[in-house]
Design a protein around this ligand. Structure first.
Ligand SMILES: [Zn+2]
Length: 630
């Protein structure tokens, strides 16, 4: 019997399946505590003094390009003092926010926490406004002045992040224009995102429940039905969601057009010196070059058949010729109702710890410490919010992992994943916060790596094909997601951004652009395409970042490339791995890969090597699927 899924043991040992509560008391005793109030007061006081400092720095914005390190030595020192203050204040503010978010996660109806969160976000906006002149001067000043700033005590830690900002300095606008955009975006750009949330948050969908009875449910609940094992339930939820979205098609299309239109208009204003491209901002945020993105997308394009093969084998296991778009999140078909899961939390965590220890003993110790210091939340309770995440308190630099643990095999992956994020933070614990903020493209390196380590360990220990198939199903789903679905999203968004400048794109045209993108990527692997995907996917309506898609495929393939190094380097791997993680917040992605993996991301070779690993996984899945059919 397999040590992981044997459920009789849980009855034998009486271990509860759900996990324990986390213990946040070391960070703050409560929202109403003196400690919390003291930090809040410190932030408020600092923001007032930063507002005054900002007013005095604002006079330098206009002539920032003429600043001289010697003649303006007083300004250099003033900037450094302000920078220290901003850094400390934003860390304290984030510390408060992390705590409040943790409290809200475990109790969504905590009114005090919800009100405090609103208040903290207004403080964040005030801090942003206060530091705007500082940011602009440091962005626009000449190189010798910038170098003088970076050489002052404590300032070198800001060099990398500021230099990244300075790359976009040809796109800066005069201070009043920057202020106008920042002020108006709250009820402009970001309000469109708020409207999307409001519409989708109140949408009602007709869908079959697992019991076969039709009822009216909210979008979140209907979306969760897409992960049910019953195919009929998934299809009904998918049709119900799209029917509900279609009622709002004009509003939803207006939202998407306005978000893209705002970005286009702002980009136009910023293109006063050099022409811009709709991908520029996203690439800059991800610290990636266009050449890297093109090399990766080129290899993904040549490998899309691999994702389709995964989908075809999945269809075979469901006994259908082709999957429908309602099947792309489906779990492995359940075998004759035999109840799976029921892995007690303690045992699940121990399995994850073993997987971590197989890379290096210190990684296993880390998982043990996270559990012993009660930094993993795993209860199953009514008021908890769905989802899983890892968060870090900037003051203590301690990480906390949030899950709702119910004992399914997939939740072991979730634990491994979130603990991977925590390990990434732990590896950077002694690095200043200013040098530890990594871009989205690298954010999933440690988490996906940990999932792969766990998956490979479980596959090697699995005692029967049913269990191997369940594990391989997840691999197949990943292949289809990252080699087909995410690229289809990227394709849609690119085509839409190319089309948008010549006028608003109506709902019918959005459907046809989406249909074409799905046809291009899914080919004949699906029975129909999801024309409403532009309306149902939240990611297209995010206002803080555009192209919230390709970094997922990047993270997946990049972490497989890191995993491949494990075999190559053997005992030397762990040190090299930690060194790579430590540099994720202070290097451009290409430089990081060259230094720590010895590869050139702008060339197809690295990406092909990662795809070769995916190919092995898909072959294993096809093989198991064939055996299951025999
Ligand atoms: Zn993650």
């Amino acid at each position: 019997m397999n040590p992981v899924t044997d459920q009789s043991a849980s009855a034998a040992t009486g271990q509860p399946v759900a996990g324990p509560a986390w213990d946040l008391s070391g960070e703050y005793p409560a929202i109403g505590s003196a400690e919390f109030a003291a930090d809040l007061a410190a932030v408020k006081g600092a923001i007032s003094s930063l507002e005054a400092a900002g007013r005095s720095l604002a006079v330098h914005v206009e002539n920032a390009a003429e600043l001289d390190p010697i003649a303006d030595a007083g300004t250099v020192a003033e900037l450094a003092r302000t920078m220290d203050r901003v850094d400390e204040t934003s860390a304290t503010l984030r510390n408060l926010s992390v705590y409040v978010n943790c409290v809200l996660s475990t109790n969504g109806s905590d009114a005090e926490a919800a009100a405090t969160r609103g208040y903290l976000s207004s403080l964040r906006a005030a801090l942003g406004a206060a530091e705007a002149p500082l940011a602009l001067v440091l962005k626009l000043c000449p190189e010798p002045f910038f170098a003088a700033f970076c050489s002052l005590p404590g300032m070198p830690r800001f060099r990398f992040a500021l230099a990244q900002e300075r790359k976009a300095r040809a796109r800066a606008l005069p201070l009043p224009a920057e202020r106008a955009i920042a002020t108006m975006s709250a009820d402009g750009l970001h309000a469109w995102g708020g409207l999307y949330d409001a519409i989708t948050g109140t949408l009602r969908c007709r869908a079959l429940g697992p019991d076969g009875a039709e009822s009216t449910v909210g979008l979140a609940q209907a979306a969760s039905l897409l992960k049910r094992p019953e195919r009929r339930v998934r299809e009904s939820a998918w049709r119900g969601i799209n029917a509900a979205l279609s009622e709002h098609r004009h509003s939803l299309a207006a939202i998407l057009n306005s978000i893209s239109g705002w970005r286009g208009a702002e980009g136009g204003l910023r293109s006063h010196t050099e022409p811009g491209h709709y991908l520029d901002e996203s690439l800059r945020q991800n610290r990636l070059s266009r050449a890297t993105l093109e090399a990766m997308m080129g290899v993904i394009r040549e490998s899309r058949e691999l994702g389709r093969r995964a989908l075809r084998a999945q269809a075979g296991l469901y006994g259908v010729e082709r999957l429908g778009p309602w099947d792309i999140l489906a779990p492995a078909p359940a075998d004759d109702g035999a109840a799976p899961s029921g892995i007690p939390f303690e045992r699940g965590l121990e399995t994850v710890r073993r997987a971590y220890a197989s890379v290096h003993p210190s990684m296993g110790d880390f998982v043990g410490r996270m559990a012993a210091s009660r930094r993993v939340e795993g209860r199953v309770e009514g008021g908890k919010r769905p989802g899983a995440y890892c968060t870090e308190f900037p003051k203590s630099r301690s990480q906390f992992v949030y899950t709702t643990y119910q004992g399914a095999l997939s939740e072991l992956s979730t634990l491994a994943h979130e603990l991977g994020h925590a390990y990434h933070c732990e590896a950077m614990r002694d690095i200043p916060l200013a040098e530890s903020e990594y871009p989205m493209a690298l954010a999933e390196t440690a988490s996906t790596f940990a999932e792969t380590v766990l998956g490979e360990m479980l596959a090697s220990e699995a005692s029967d094909d049913a269990e191997r198939l369940e594990l391989a199903w997840a691999d197949a789903q990943d292949a289809a997601t990252f080699l087909v679905n995410i690229p289809a999203r990227f394709e849609f968004e690119s085509r839409f951004y190319e089309r948008r400048p010549s006028g608003p794109v109506g709902p019918d045209e959005l459907r046809s652009v989406m249909r074409d993108a799905w046809a291009e990527w899914y080919g004949d692997a699906l029975s129909e395409y999801d024309e409403w995907y532009w309306a149902s996917k939240l990611h297209f309506h995010k206002t803080v970042v555009s192209f919230y898609n390709y970094p997922y495929s990047f993270g997946y393939l990049f972490s497989l490339g890191v995993y491949a190094r494990r075999q190559e380097l053997g005992d030397g791997f762990h040190d090299a791995y930690v060194a790579l993680l430590r540099d994720t917040g202070r290097m451009e992605v290409e430089e990081l890969a060259a230094r720590h993996l010895g590869v050139d991301l702008t060339q197809p070779d690295f990406w092909r090597a990662s795809v070769a690993i995916v190919e092995k996984k898909v072959e294993r899945f096809e093989d198991l699927a064939r055996r299951a059919a025999e």
